[in-house]
Design a protein around this ligand. Structure first.
Ligand code: NAD
Length: 495
């Protein structure tokens, strides 16, 4: 059982010794001696000095993954055998759930109870799901004349470089590595420089579970150095990236400038959440809107950051969201009473404050928050709500990736759909209505990879996740994720 009190989590944190070296070829790799300080957003203290990969470490990690793919047992094991290792991996993550939740909370400030309950549950489920799925997908044999046999088979592509952000460090890593490994690929994972510790620990649990040496390598390092070297590496066959749209563009260029490796992108969002006057329960709609934008300090690619509310009900809904913003408890993520932790890094803290300043300059009305909490240690910001936002304003268009809500109003369903689709992004959307026909008709018109009706952030591993437009390509989760890590081969046999 995990600790239940603030004091217990603090004492566990004091005794924690996280791994700080890369994992390459199944062994600790200290790198060439370069390290970077990892600053905890809880209090600004240096949590650890972490190995900092340069091109030489990237080369070593890719070579280990290449060897493991070309000569190692992993791609040659039966899918059932690979599945069994992934399920052992899931079991080990479950055994170390408390430690991993604590590492995440320390490195990026997520409330530790949410890291334990939500992030670790999803990570464990993901490893288990692909562990189960590995031998339950089938190849095809299209019908031919009686003189031939056609086979359409999926083969693992090779070495996958997975590059991930800091907001869900283990869940998003597992969405890449579990289907890649299930498919028979080998992996080099480069987590965000804000969250290397949980990923380095995860890699070691994979080795303990029985992944052969080099099947899963984890390197810590900076995006423009280690990430770039992976992106340009001629021995990497697939790039599976989750992060900002700006950096996603870099990966497309890296692929174009090197070996045309496959590039799969899960990018940013500015998701609309439409509340129609016939929403089945306005209190639930408002509570969900508030939860959605303040959960994980707003660092959700799918955050419902544009609340589009019908003008006839706007006052009631917005007042309820503002009330929630004012009463949310912001504080130490190791305190189980905390509902919103700090912003993950000094960089992100400054960036969000700039978005708030821009919203004020553009004439949006501040209804709640808008300020830092200087009386607390760490990078704490008040949950913030702006209403009277109109489409031309920066807050209506730019991804903030923080606890800042933009409220826009509309008078007709057509207007709501036009506002919702007026974005370069298309990751997700919410819709609140009691009318079944309206729900289906509007859901079809929304340009979004996921549409949630009368809920938000719901779903299981068996549904695909990804974006339209500049929110990316390809899909994480579900059997569709295997498509990213396999090539389709046609074999035509003349009989
Ligand atoms: P980011 O794009 O800054 O960084 C993501 C990763 O890219 C990190 O590992 C980083 O080291 C690396 N990187 C940074 N600059 C690089 C460069 N020049 N070359 C190569 N690699 C580089 O994103 P972030 O701040 O870590 O995360 C926030 C972003 O991620 C938001 O835009 C959010 O919407 C997005 N996100 C998307 C999803 C999704 O599934 N669509 C999920 C979570 C987060």
């Amino acid at each position: 059982m995990p600790p239940t009190t603030h004091a217990e989590w603090l004492s566990l944190a004091a005794s924690l010794v996280p791994p700080v070296q890369h994992l390459v070829g199944g062994a600790d790799d200290p790198g060439g001696g370069a390290v970077f300080p990892l600053v905890s957003p809880r209090d600004g203290s240096v949590l650890a000095e972490v190995a900092d990969a340069g091109p030489a470490e990237v080369d070593r990690a890719v070579a280990a993954a290449r060897r493991a793919f070309d000569h190692g047992p992993w791609p040659r094991l039966s899918p059932a055998e690979r599945g069994a290792v992934l399920r052992r991996f899931a079991d080990l993550v479950e055994e170390h759930r408390t430690e991993l939740a604590l590492l995440i909370s320390l490195e990026m400030g997520k409330p530790v109870t949410e890291a334990y309950e939500i992030e670790l549950r999803t990570t464990i489920n993901t490893l288990r799901y692909y562990g189960e799925l590995a031998d339950k997908v089938h190849d095809e044999s299209p019908r031919t004349g009686s003189d031939a046999l056609a086979l359409v088979t999926r083969e693992p592509i090779g070495v996958v470089a997975a590059v991930t952000p800091w907001n869900f460090p283990l869940t998003l890593a597992s969405w890449k590595i579990a289907p890649a490994l299930a498919a028979g690929c080998t992996v080099v994972l480069k987590p965000s420089e804000q969250t290397p510790l949980s990923a380095l620990r995860l890699g070691r649990l994979g080795a303990e579970a029985g992944l052969p040496d080099g099947a899963l390598n984890v390197i810590a390092g900076q995006g423009p150095v280690a990430g770039r070297a992976l992106g340009l590496h001629p021995e990497v066959d697939v790039l599976a990236f989750t992060g900002s749209t700006a950096v996603g563009r870099h990966y497309l260029r890296y692929a174009a400038d090197s070996n045309l490796k496959r590039v799969w992108l899960e990018l940013g969002g500015k998701s609309p959440n439409i509340v129609l006057p016939d929403a089945p329960d306005l209190d639930t709609a408002a509570a969900t809107a508030a939860w959605g934008i303040f959960f994980n300090s707003g660092a959700m690619c799918t955050a419902p950051s544009r609340l589009l509310v019908h003008s006839s009900i706007a006052e009631r809904v917005v007042d309820a969201v503002v009330e929630r913003a004012r009463t949310l408890s912001v504080g130490d993520p190791l305190d189980p009473a905390t509902e919103m932790g700090p912003i993950a890094s000094a960089l992100q803290f400054d960036s969000i404050q700039k978005h708030i300043a821009a919203a004020r300059e553009d004439g949006a009305r501040l209804r709640a928050g808008g300020h830092t909490l200087p009386d607390q240690d760490g990078f704490h910001l008040q949950p913030t709500v702006f209403d009277r936002v109109v489409p031309g304003m920066r807050l209506a268009r730019d991804e903030v990736f923080g606890p800042v809500l933009a409220v826009l109003t509309f008078d007709t369903v057509d207007e709501a759909v036009a506002l919702a689709n007026d974005s370069e992004y298309g990751l997700a959307a919410g819709l609140w209505t009691a009318d079944l026909s309206t729900a289906h008709q509007v859901a079809r018109r929304l340009q979004a990879g996921t549409v949630w009706v009368n809920c938000y952030e719901e779903g299981g591993l068996n549904v695909p996740f990804g974006g339209y437009k500049q929110s990316g390509n390809g899909r994480d989760k579900s059997a569709h994720a295997l498509e990213k890590f396999t090539e389709l081969k046609t074999t035509w046999i003349q009989l």
